[in-house]
Design a protein around this ligand. Sequence first.
Ligand SMILES: [Zn+2]
Ligand SMILES: [Zn+2]
Length: 186
Amino acid sequence: MNVTYFCKTCDKVSRVPFDTSAVAVHCSRCSAKQEFPSSFLGEDSEGNCTLERCTICGSHELYYRKQFNQRLGIGIIAVGSTLSTIAYAYHNLFWTFSILFAFAGVDLLFYIFMKNLLQCYKCNSEFRGFDESPEYKPFDLEVHEKYHQQRVRLERAEKEQQWLEQRAQQQTAKQADDEPADNTGR
Ligand SMILES: [Zn+2]
Ligand SMILES: [Zn+2]
């Protein structure tokens, strides 16, 4: 298995392999230690070893999606449609459609044979190379929205806190400026 996560120490995305007995990983860029929760594995009804929670933030809410490289997928379609447009310009309908279908077919095959990855709703960490299990759930917009709102609220609270601190600093600075003036007035 491997995990792709955002390292808070170096502010970069890091991908590191780990096995089922791992208790921590080290960032591939800055080697900062990332502790794992004490238990993150489970077993489904078929006896497969499953990832129960995100090893980075500990959240239990994960969803699976295809490891499909969207840029590659769009690239294939773009090349296919360019070639079929050329064939169309030469009034060759057979090649126009053959090329179009062939490239769409390649795209579909890529999609079908791509493995799944698990992603954490809360911290967006990605997990690859795990056993497939019917217990993993697909993306749920409602859960995603819940975490999105949480992030927005947290960011807003942080900004408010910063603003309050700035204001407090300004006030103390202003008081320090005012004090000598008071003394001379006396
Ligand atoms: Zn790092
Ligand atoms: Zn997470």
